[in-house]
Design a protein around this ligand. Structure first.
Ligand SMILES: Nc1ncnc2c1ncn2[C@@H]1O[C@H](COP(=O)(O)OP(=O)(O)OP(=O)(O)O)[C@@H](O)[C@H]1O
Ligand SMILES: [Mg+2]
Length: 590
């Protein structure tokens, strides 16, 4: 679909506003033309001494009334046309957001936030300019031109008009050419702005790392480079404008010169009256604006179409993960999970991240997943959330293939504590209640108590109404983790996933949370990912991942008896704990 067809879909929805606006514009221009004629008549009347005071008064009143009418008309076309373009801008933004919400997590790995934000802001702005002000300019300019030219020809002189039109038409043709040259420059400028936004966004969200590594200066240089590039792209645009604008003035001057010489001669020799000569001069001035507006409009169109293309790129990308045509509504899951020869390779990887995992988790059981970092634990639960695409038959919930379960049903049945504990810039209350309807305070407190965060929250100045900063900066790592657990518990879903969710809490608190979980989650499926054996040793099933494969499956006792990886991990961690205790005792004894 071309950029024009794309935007036409939106314009069509507001065709009545466009039509009403353009009609009003037409009337305004039409009456505007009569003012020079009136002033011309007054001049002629005055020179010939043929009009008296009453007639002058009448003309002045007429000019005043026309002016009033024009003012109302100008308000109306602005109201219709600017209104329509603002509405379309809003619709486009809504549609973009809705579309982006559907995109999978991979999409966000591949697209930078700053770039997407630029499309939301400055690209949409460019589009609005192209479908509002530019449309107005084009209609206004062509109507004005046609009418002014008609007046010039019929009211003044054909030859004079044709002569003055030559330089004016040069302006128009020149500007179409100019628009063509400018298009790639606008696109380049827009891309530079995107990159700059990206850079700023990353620098701010990564400010802690930058400071800790004393990279402010390097970061600053990076910024200077990106900023300079933006300026250069802007200058590319400005440079062209700087060449073209003075040229315009020369051409306009040429038009006036012709009028003065030839028109003056016509007036002296009596072929046109002085009044018409005066009116003609006003007409010439009236033509300058439409010619300039024409150029502006062409520029806005070419910038707008570059931006439309960037927006289209977003819409053209289909979400790779979405409900298949044959999904079966599954509002309630019991929590039974089965992995059958699950093999999964991340995009761009050659080696599979998970290979041939076979495991059955009965409803209500607790599954623990343990393994070295980067062994695919998070990938496994992301597959379960259908954030990545598993092949048919590899993951079954309640015996049904995951691809046959609508995404909404699936995810509503799973409560998830992600490894990166993202919190929104909102109150703790809203963060914990996120994903549940309404904000039942009792339930929120219960969830917070179970996650051992209640006392912390009460200690905050505003309690549950404490606002968490961007990415939860005012909370400690452990507090963030526990808030995130409370949010998941609040959902009370048949399946709960904790991805390394206890890594930042001390062992006592961990013990307490695990105890609460056992009570709350009895009869419901829970998946625990951890590095510490102490976290998971009471799980019904323990899956030990090693090099993408399920190296060991069992419970604490059987795995200990088997004497494999699990046992050696356990012994190592016991030893570490013992050494730690000894050190602490020694330090206390000093
Ligand atoms: N979106 C992705 N695209 C490509 N590769 C990925 C993606 N996510 C993870 N990987 C890769 O998959 C492998 C497993 O990652 P995963 O996050 O599942 O490990 P993990 O076991 O959860 O590690 P940790 O214990 O550190 O949390 C890693 O090698 C990682 O680089
Ligand atoms: Mg992980």
């Amino acid at each position: 679909m071309s950029a024009f067809q794309f935007i036409l879909q939106y314009i069509r929805q507001h065709r009545f506003r466009y039509i009403a606006g353009i009609l009003t514009l037409f009337f305004v221009d039409f009456f505007n033309i009569y003012i020079p004629q009136l002033t011309g008549s007054i001049t002629d009347g005055l020179t010939a001494n043929s009009i008296g005071m009453p007639q002058i008064r009448f003309y002045l009143l007429l000019i005043f009334l026309l002016g009033l009418f024009l003012a109302i008309g100008r308000f109306l076309w602005r109201f219709f046309l600017f209104g329509a373009s603002r509405t379309i801008e809003r619709q486009l933004r809504d549609d973009m957001f809705a579309h982006l919400e559907k995109m999978g997590v991979e999409y966000y790995n591949e697209h930078k936030t700053g770039d997407l934000m630029t499309r939301f802001t400055s690209d949409l702005n460019m589009i609005r300019m192209a479908i509002g002000p530019a449309v107005i300019s084009v209609f206004d300019a062509s109507v004005m031109t046609a009418m002014v030219v008609a007046q010039m020809i019929f009211y003044v002189n054909l030859k004079l008009t044709l002569l003055t039109l030559i330089p004016m038409l040069t302006i128009c043709v020149g500007e179409i050419y100019y628009g063509m040259i400018m298009k790639p420059k606008y696109r380049a400028r827009q891309e530079a702005v995107s990159k700059l936004t990206d850079y700023v966004q990353e620098s701010f969200s990564g400010v802690r790392v930058i400071k800790a590594f004393v990279q402010e200066r390097a970061q600053m240089y990076g910024f200077l480079r990106a900023n300079r590039r933006t300026m250069e792209k802007n200058l590319d645009v400005v440079r062209m404008q700087a060449i073209v604008m003075p040229l315009l003035d020369v051409i306009i001057g040429l038009g006036s010169l012709i009028t003065l010489i030839y028109g003056g001669w016509l007036a002296i020799t009596g072929q046109i009256t002085l009044g018409r000569f005066v009116a003609f001069n006003q007409y010439i001035n009236m033509l300058v604006w439409p010619m300039l507006a024409c150029g502006d409009a062409i520029n806005m169109f070419s910038q707008g179409s570059a931006s439309i293309r960037r927006i289209q790129e977003i819409f053209e990308e289909e979400p790779e993960i979405r409900d298949a045509a044959d999904v079966i509504p599954t509002p309630h899951l019991t929590g039974e999970i089965a992995f059958s020869h699950l093999t999964f390779t991340h995009r761009g990887h050659i080696q599979p991240t998970l290979e041939d995992i076979c495991l059955k988790v009965p409803a209500g059981a607790t599954l623990a997943v343990i393994g070295r970092t980067g062994n695919g634990k998070s990938t496994l639960v992301n597959l379960l959330l259908h954030l990545y695409q598993a092949e048919p038959g590899m993951i079954l919930l309640d015996g049904r293939d995951i691809n046959a379960i609508p995404l909404k049903d699936l995810r509503e049945n799973i409560a998830y504590v992600p490894q990166d504990n993202f919190l929104f810039s909102d109150t703790l209350r809203a963060n914990i209640a996120f994903g549940t309807h309404g904000q039942d305070m009792d339930a929120i407190v219960r969830a917070a108590k179970a996650a051992c965060i209640h006392d912390n929250i009460l200690a905050f100045p505003d309690g549950y109404d404490t606002v968490v900063g961007e990415r939860g900066v005012t909370l400690s790592g452990g507090q963030k983790q526990r808030s995130s657990i409370a949010r998941a518990l609040m959902k009370d879903a048949p399946i709960l996933i904790l991805d390394d969710a206890l890594s930042a809490v001390d062992t006592d608190t961990e013990e307490q949370i695990l105890g609460n979980l056992r009570k709350l989650r009895s009869g419901k499926t829970t998946i625990l990912i951890a590095h510490r054996i102490s976290t998971i040793q009471h799980a019904d099933i323990i899956l030990v991942l090693e090099g993408a494969r399920a190296a060991e499956i069992g419970n604490h006792e059987t795995l200990m008896a088997a004497g494999g990886i699990y046992k050696s991990m356990f012994e190592k961690q016991q030893l570490e704990a013992a050494i730690g205790e000894q050190r602490a005792a020694l330090a206390a004894g000093d």
